[in-house]
Design a protein around this ligand. Structure first.
Ligand SMILES: NC(=O)c1ccc[n+]([C@@H]2O[C@H](COP(=O)([O-])OP(=O)(O)OC[C@H]3O[C@@H](n4cnc5c(N)ncnc54)[C@H](O)[C@@H]3O)[C@@H](O)[C@H]2O)c1
Length: 259
């Protein structure tokens, strides 16, 4: 399926590794240039080099999405390099696994700052430029199954990801007249460094995740990237305000007698 992304550019946050890296490479495979943004510039540079080997252009950007001034500067640099920037993917995110009674104020503020406020700042900075130039655009955000279901010790994370759902739906309605579509994907467990470490350190049980997932395994980052790239493309031109589960059936699994 031709996705019609050749000649456009995608700005991807948190693109230095994991899902964000897979998204960046997914856009490159479709012929789109990529602005690779990450708080860790060395990771961003490495992915930008990988993107360029696919025959498209890339720009590595250092940004802490929780800092408004960083986001403003990075958006300016991205549009200066790529006036064809037509896609924003808000992927940067952090986790906190901590008993709720012990979460400190600075920890609460940091998780919400990166996972929720950061996504909003990026939406604002990019959409403002599209609107000023009267250009259409597409935004895809990364929510999570944690936005809908009960996940102990991850309240700031779940609250942020639920906020992403609300933000996606609200902005989709508000910005539709400007030709800006806003969607999200809600992954289940994805086999990234973040999750591998949590399994290895015993914070989460990999076997239990597989049992709770009808497809019987964790997602590959590329499987989340495929959904992101599709939603951002003109092939999804009439889809806005949707939150697409990419969870192997995790969210619908309720049968006690499945196995
Ligand atoms: N891995 C999963 O199972 C899973 C499931 C559901 C949702 N998600 C979400 O997907 C996204 C990516 O997750 P991942 O597993 O690839 O994580 P990861 O930790 O492997 O990668 C996250 C990337 O974001 C960057 N980053 C962190 N803070 C940042 C900041 N303030 N500004 C800019 N960049 C920053 C990191 O440097 C890193 O490169 C996150 O939003 C996460 O919440 C992940």
């Amino acid at each position: 399926m031709q996705l019609g992304l050749t000649g456009t550019c995608a700005l991807v946050t948190g693109a230095g590794r994991g899902i964000g890296r897979a998204v960046a490479l997914g856009f490159a495979a479709e012929g789109a240039d990529v602005a690779v943004a990450d708080v860790d510039l060395s990771l961003a540079r490495r992915v930008a080099t990988e993107v360029e080997t696919r025959g498209v252009r890339a720009l590595a950007l250092r940004v802490d999405v929780a800092r408004r001034e960083d986001v403003e500067r990075a958006a300016g640099e991205a549009f200066a390099a790529f006036p064809n920037l037509g896609v924003l993917v808000n992927n940067a995110g952090i986790q906190l696994d901590c008993p709720s009674a012990e979460v400190r104020e600075d920890q609460w503020n940091r998780v919400l700052g990166v996972d929720l406020s950061g996504a909003f700042f990026c939406c604002q900075e990019v959409a403002r430029r599209w609107m000023a130039a009267q250009l259409p655009g597409s935004i895809v955000q990364i929510s999570s199954v944690a936005s809908e279901f009960g996940f102990p010790r991850r309240i700031p994370y779940g609250v942020s990801k639920a906020g992403i759902r609300a933000m996606t739906r609200g902005l989709a309605v508000e910005w539709a007249p400007a030709g800006i579509r806003v969607n999200a994907v809600a992954p289940g467990y994805v086999d990234t460094e973040l999750i591998r470490r949590a399994i290895d350190e015993g914070h989460i049980d990999g076997r239990r995740i597989e049992e709770m997932t009808p497809l019987g395994r964790l997602a590959r980052p590329e499987e989340v990237a495929d959904a992101v790239v599709y939603l951002s493309s003109s092939r999804a031109s009439f889809i806005t305000g949707t939150v697409l589960a990419v969870d192997g059936g995790y969210g619908v699994e309720k049968a006690p007698d499945r196995r």
